[in-house]
Design a protein around this ligand. Structure first.
Ligand SMILES: [Fe+2]
Length: 553
């Protein structure tokens, strides 16, 4: 009897240890519908080969009444991740689920999920996240949200991207405060399928992330770092152009394969994994549109400040055409040089042009950014969204997406100094003094007034919607003309912002079209990391020179 008891206890302990080891990345659920949800786990293989995994879903966490179950196989072809759809569920209901191996002998942790509500509802609860950088800081926001959600469940956890960061050591030094605790897995920049898989595996060993994923359904869309920094459809700032990091399209395919393996989300029906835009209906209250702004159609980002090489190229272009040279000489009252190459006249003319061409190029870029025919969502996704807005009778239209939609500007002079990495305290003070007075309702001296009025605010981030103004206009105009109440969710910047979104169309200039709530990052460093002790100055500058910004942290 004693031997039997000992052997039972040993078996229970051994199975618990095995469960912890074999389900070390936890469980998750995601992309809920009113009658189904995706359930996820990963099995850590002891030996390579196919593994049979069972799953169960129940109304209570003791699994006294199993409402659905099944069996599926996983293998190294999908990195031993498991994704199943539990269907025939009831709307707006909490469920519990778990996975098991070896005929139920080894059980995974238990997860809780919830189907989308249907019909008339009064409220929904969302948790919004972006920018989780494991080497930068602890994932405490995930853990805290899990704690809150365990008391009153979220209807969904919305993640708008930068769920992982692709960098290796030295790639993003401002985000390396934790490398002694966690290190980089793999110890290099992620480029291949195996690299991205290892990075997801590392992130998913973090207890707070596992706890959050097990607490409520996740609705996620990537931003740039799930592939590479500042990505667009055909390239990225952090993807080499010399071939040393391979072909961009192949890198995207591999990065997205790992993403779909590790995130509990549905595959696009048309089979094109880049087109991850999709919508969710929360009763009669919220239509949630998750937008894809990186890999479906985005055109390369514009750069506001032209480089010296770009300015010189433009000057050579002007000099190559005699008629245009004459036009510039007249426009800026510069003596027209003779046609002699390498002459002092040409040099003087070029030097004079070098003072005015950068401004001219900035104005052109600005026009292109705000009103040029530039793709961010692309035609197909944009018409899908407008159709959705048109046909939705929900009280709120919510866009879950990555980059700031608000028009975020700073004084041009200061912005260009910031862009070159040489913002002087004199310039900061010049614009801060009148801004602070205005913020406190104090009157300005005539000189301060002219600085404030002549600040020439320019958009600070053309990777965001400010660089793709035409599509933004289409969406905001639609919200106004369709009389929809719209909320835009965003992330990306690692700071928190609230923006009143207004169209640039003079007809509707004063009408708020939507409100934007942008979340700070889970752990990636915000502007304060780069300007320690100057947070308040920056907040005042942004709030004063971005007239539609209502809150900054
Ligand atoms: Fe980020």
């Amino acid at each position: 009897m004693r031997v039997f008891l000992f052997s039972c206890l040993f078996t229970i302990c051994w199975n618990n240890m095995l469960a912890k080891g074999l389900f070390e990345h936890g469980v998750a659920s995601g992309d809920p519908y009113s009658d189904s949800v995706i359930l996820w786990t990963r099995v850590t293989p002891v030996t390579p080969g196919e593994i049979q995994v069972k799953w169960e879903i129940a109304a209570d966490n003791s699994f006294s009444e199993i409402l659905g179950n099944g069996q599926t196989a996983t293998n190294e072809g999908r990195d031993y991740t498991v994704k199943v759809e539990a269907d025939s569920l009831v709307p707006g209901t909490n469920y519990y689920y778990r996975f098991s191996l070896e005929d139920g002998k080894i059980l995974s942790p238990i997860g809780r999920t919830k189907t989308l509500p249907s019909g008339a509802i009064e409220k929904v609860r969302f948790a919004l996240f972006s920018c989780a950088n494991l080497t930068a800081n602890y994932f405490n926001p995930y853990g805290k949200a899990a704690e809150v959600g365990e008391v009153e469940a979220y209807d969904a956890i919305i993640h708008v991207g930068d769920y992982i960061y692709e960098y290796g050591r030295g790639g993003y030094t401002a985000a390396e405060d934790m490398i002694n605790r966690v290190g980089f897995e793999p110890d290099r920049e992620c480029v291949s399928l195996n690299d991205y898989r290892l990075r997801y595996a590392q992130y998913h060993r973090e207890p707070s992330l596992k706890r959050l994923r097990a607490s409520a359904p996740l609705i996620a869309i990537w931003d740039d770092h799930e592939t590479a920094n500042d990505s667009w459809a055909t390239g990225a700032q952090n993807h080499s152009t010399d071939g040393s990091e391979g072909n961009w399209s192949e890198r995207v395919t591999q990065a997205l394969q790992a993403y779909y393996e590790w995130l509990p989300i549905r595959e696009p029906e048309n089979g094109n994994r880049r087109n991850a835009y999709r919508s969710f209906q929360f009763g009669d209250l919220v239509s949630l549109y998750m937008l894809e702004t990186r890999l479906s159609a985005r055109e390369e980002q514009l750069s506001l400040a032209p480089s010296e090489a770009q300015v010189n190229a433009r000057i050579l272009e002007i000099l190559a055409n005699r008629e245009i040279t004459q036009q510039y000489a007249e426009l800026y009252s510069i003596p027209l040089p003779s046609n002699t190459p390498d002459s002092a006249e040409i040099r003087n003319f070029s030097n004079a042009l070098a003072l005015v061409i950068p401004n001219e190029m900035i104005i052109n870029t600005l026009q292109e950014a705000y009103s040029g025919d530039r793709n961010l969502l692309g035609e197909e996704q944009l018409s899908w969204l407008i159709n959705g807005l048109t046909n939705s009778s929900s009280k709120w239209q919510v866009l879950g997406q990555q980059v700031l939609m608000g028009n975020m500007t700073l004084p041009g002079e200061l912005l260009l100094e910031l862009a070159s990495g040489n913002a002087s305290q004199t310039t900061i003070g010049k614009y801060y003094t009148p801004a602070l007075k205005v913020a406190n309702g104090l009157s300005l001296t005539p000189e301060e007034q002219s600085i404030f009025d002549g600040a020439n605010p320019l958009p600070y981030n053309l990777d965001a919607w400010d660089g793709y103004g035409k599509e933004r206009e289409t969406i905001l105009q639609a919200a106004i003309s369709l009389e929809k109440q719209m909320v835009v969710l965003a992330g990306d910047t690692h700071n928190a912002w609230t923006n009143l979104l207004k169209t640039m169309n003079p007809q509707n200039l004063g009408i708020p079209a939507a409100i934007e709530f942008a979340t700070s990052g889970v752990s990636a460093p915000g502007i304060e990391k780069y300007f320690p002790g100057q947070e308040e100055i920056l907040r005042v500058l942004f709030e004063s020179y971005s007239p539609r910004l209502r809150y900054a942290d």
